[in-house]
Design a protein around this ligand. Structure first.
Ligand SMILES: [Zn+2]
Length: 588
C-alpha cells in the first residue's frame, strides 16, 4: 500500500510538471502571436505589399500634321506640369502657401488635390498643367523649400493656325484611363490622347503611334525598386494634307464675324486647298483638362464645333438651276436658243409662284435665264422635266449621298426621292420649287463645290481629298454630254459678266464662271427694308465659281448664313480669293 501511495504521489508530481511545461509553451505561443500580430503586424503587411508590380503607361508622341507644302499645321511642344508626391513634402503648410503664390491657385484647391485619393498616380499628383516658363523657374529656384514638388515635362499639341483651321485639324482630348487593380498588378491612371473632329479623328490610327509602358517593382513607400519590363513607345506617323496653309489663313479671315463656310478645291483632282467654317473654336482649349470657363465661352457662339463645310445642310437655291438646265438639255425638253416666257409669276395649280423679278424677264433663252437667274424659266423647265428625272439626275450628280471625304461628321443631305415622297403628298408646285433649289432639297457646301468642280473640268466628279497621302479618286461623271457641259459653262461665264448676277466677282484679266444663289429662309414680302429684317430671317447668300474658265485651277463655294443677296455678299468674297491666288500662287 505504502509503495502504491509513493507511486501515486510521483505520478501526480509528473503530471504537474508536464502541465507547467505545457502552460509555459502556451504562454510563449500567445506572446509570439501577440508580438507578430500587434507589434510587427504593420511591418509584415507592408512587406507583403512591397512585392507589388506596377504598370506605368507611357504615351506615344502623336505624329505631326503638315500642309501640302510641308508647312507645319500641328506639332508637339513641351508642356510643364507641377506634380506633388505628398510623402515627400516636409512642411505642408509652408509648401501650400508658397505654391499658391507662385501658381496663383487657391490654397484650399491645392489642399483638396493633395488629399484627393482618386487623383493619385504613381508619378505624383498633378497640381497644375502647362504652366509658364517663368513659373517653372520660380519653382526650380525654391527647390529646397519645395521638397516633394516636381516639374514634369509632357508633350502637348500645338495648333499653328488655331481657330483658322480648327475644323480641318480637329483637336485631341485627354481621356482618363486606368485605375485597374488586378491581384498583384497596379495600373495607375494615365491620360490617353484621342483625336476628336477633323484630321485628328479621321487619321487617329496613323497619328497616335503605339503607346509604351514599364513594369516596375515598388516598395511599400511606392519607391521604384526594379525595372522588370519596358516597352518603348513608338511615335505616330506624320500626316500631310492637301490644304494650302496660307490660303487657309486668308480664306478663314474672310468669314470673320460671319456664319458660314468656304471651300476651295482643285477641280482637276478634288484636292481641298482651303476649307473654312465659321464660327470656329480654339482647338487648344481641349488640350489641358477642359476648364469650364473655356466651355462657357464656346457656348456663346452658334454651333462652333460644327464643320459647316461638310455637316451643315442648306437649300442650294439658284445654284441648283445649273443641274436643271443640264437635265433639260439631256432629256431634250428644251434647247439652248428656245425661249420660255417670264411674266414675273406663274400659276401652278391653285398657287402663284413668283420670279424674283416681279415685273418679269419676258422671253428668255437658257443662257439669259441662267445669267439673270430667272425663276419662272426654271419653274417651267422643271415642270417639263418632271420630279422623277430631276431627282434621278441630282442623284447621279452626287446629291443625297456622302462624298466620302476623310473627315468625320459629313452629312448626306436630302433629295426627295420616290420613297420619301410616298410619305407626303407631292404637288406640281413642289416640283417647281425643287427646280429653283428650294422645296425639301438639302445639300452641303461640299456637294456644291463638287458639282461646280465637275462642271468646270468637263464632267468628272472627284472624291474631295484632304489627305495628300491618299490617291485622287474619280467617283462619278455628270450624267450628260461634254457638249451640254460646254453650254452650261458658257452661261456661267456670262453670270460673272457686266450684266450678270455675279458681276461683283469680276477680275480684270481672269475669266471667272459662277452662279449666285440667294436662299430664302422664310417667306416674306420683298418690299420690307432689308436692314429691318431680323438676322435669323435674312436670306443665305451663296456663290459657286471656277477660274480660269477655260483651264480651271480653282473651284469654290462661298456660303454666308443670313448674309443677304448671293451676288452682293458671297460673290465679292470669291473675288478676293481668286485675287489672292493670282497674287500669291502665280500658276495662272
Ligand atoms: Zn424671271
Amino acid at each position: 500500500m505504502l509503495h502504491n501511495k509513493k507511486e501515486t504521489a510521483n505520478i501526480k508530481r509528473r503530471i504537474k510538471n508536464v502541465a507547467w511545461i505545457l502552460l509555459a509553451c502556451f504562454l510563449v505561443i500567445i506572446f509570439r502571436l501577440w508580438y507578430l500580430q500587434l507589434i510587427r503586424g504593420n511591418q509584415f503587411r507592408d512587406r507583403a505589399k512591397s512585392n507589388r508590380i506596377r504598370l506605368i503607361h507611357i504615351n506615344a508622341q502623336r505624329g505631326c500634321i503638315y500642309d501640302r507644302y510641308k508647312n507645319v499645321l500641328v506639332k508637339n511642344v513641351s508642356s510643364f506640369n507641377v506634380l506633388a508626391v505628398p510623402n515627400g513634402i516636409k512642411d505642408i503648410g509652408a509648401t501650400v502657401k508658397l505654391l499658391s503664390e507662385i501658381l496663383g491657385l487657391e490654397r484650399t484647391f491645392i489642399m483638396r488635390k493633395l488629399y484627393d485619393l482618386n487623383s493619385k498616380e504613381y508619378s505624383g499628383i498633378k497640381l497644375a498643367s502647362n504652366i509658364s516658363l517663368e513659373k517653372v523657374i520660380l519653382i526650380e529656384e525654391r527647390g529646397s523649400l519645395l521638397s516633394g514638388i516636381f516639374i514634369q515635362i509632357e508633350p502637348r499639341r500645338k495648333y499653328i493656325l488655331g481657330e483658322s483651321a480648327a475644323h480641318i485639324t480637329g483637336h485631341v482630348r485627354q481621356i482618363r484611363k486606368g485605375k485597374i487593380e488586378k491581384k498583384q498588378y497596379h495600373i495607375f491612371q494615365y491620360n490617353e490622347f484621342k483625336g476628336e473632329g477633323g484630321v485628328e479623328e479621321a487619321a487617329n490610327d496613323f497619328l497616335k503611334g503605339s503607346d509604351g509602358g514599364k513594369q516596375i517593382e515598388v516598395n511599400s513607400k511606392g519607391e521604384h525598386v526594379a525595372l522588370l519590363v519596358e516597352k518603348k513607345p513608338e511615335r505616330g506617323s506624320n500626316v500631310i494634307l492637301t490644304i494650302d496653309k496660307h490660303m487657309q489663313e486668308f480664306v478663314s479671315k474672310l468669314l470673320e464675324d460671319k456664319a458660314g463656310a468656304i471651300i476651295v478645291m482643285n477641280p482637276q483632282n478634288g484636292d481641298i486647298l482651303a476649307m473654312a467654317s465659321s464660327p470656329s473654336y480654339d482647338p487648344d482649349i481641349f488640350n489641358a483638362p477642359v476648364l469650364q470657363t473655356n466651355l462657357n465661352a464656346l457656348g456663346k457662339k452658334a454651333a462652333p464645333l460644327l464643320n459647316r463645310a461638310i455637316s451643315a445642310l442648306y437649300a442650294p437655291g439658284s445654284i441648283f438651276k445649273i443641274l436643271i438646265a443640264a437635265a433639260g438639255l439631256k432629256y431634250h425638253v428644251v434647247t439652248c436658243p428656245q425661249k420660255l416666257e417670264c411674266k414675273g409669276h406663274l400659276k401652278i395649280g391653285e398657287g402663284i409662284f413668283y420670279c424674283w423679278n416681279r415685273s418679269g424677264h419676258g422671253y428668255m433663252n437658257m443662257r439669259n435665264a441662267i445669267k439673270d437667274s430667272c425663276d419662272v424659266y426654271f419653274y417651267r423647265l422643271g415642270l417639263l422635266l418632271g420630279v422623277n428625272r430631276i431627282v434621278d439626275f441630282a442623284d447621279k450628280c452626287g446629291f443625297g449621298k456622302l462624298t466620302g471625304i476623310k473627315l468625320p461628321g459629313e452629312k448626306s443631305g436630302l433629295i426627295p426621292d420616290k420613297n420619301w415622297r410616298k410619305k407626303r403628298a407631292w404637288y406640281s408646285g413642289d416640283t417647281a420649287l425643287l427646280s429653283i433649289g428650294q422645296s425639301y432639297l438639302l445639300v452641303t457646301p461640299l456637294q456644291l463645290v463638287s458639282l461646280i468642280s465637275a462642271v468646270s473640268n468637263g464632267g468628272t466628279i472627284y472624291r474631295p481629298r484632304i489627305l495628300l497621302q491618299t490617291q485622287p479618286e474619280r467617283i462619278g461623271k455628270l450624267p450628260c454630254s461634254k457638249k451640254i457641259i460646254g453650254e452650261i459653262r458658257k452661261a456661267l461665264c456670262e453670270v460673272v459678266s457686266d450684266k450678270g448676277t455675279g458681276k461683283f466677282a469680276q477680275i480684270k484679266g481672269l475669266e471667272i464662271a459662277g452662279k449666285t444663289s440667294t436662299v430664302q429662309v422664310v417667306k416674306m414680302k420683298h418690299t420690307r427694308k432689308y436692314r429691318k429684317i431680323p438676322y435669323k430671317f435674312r436670306d443665305h447668300a451663296m456663290f459657286v465659281a471656277f477660274a480660269p474658265a477655260k483651264n480651271p485651277q480653282l473651284a469654290l463655294v462661298v456660303v454666308v448664313e443670313h448674309g443677304g443677296e448671293g451676288g452682293k455678299v458671297a460673290a465679292p468674297i470669291a473675288k478676293q480669293i481668286f485675287k489672292w491666288y493670282m497674287k500669291n500662287r502665280t500658276i495662272f
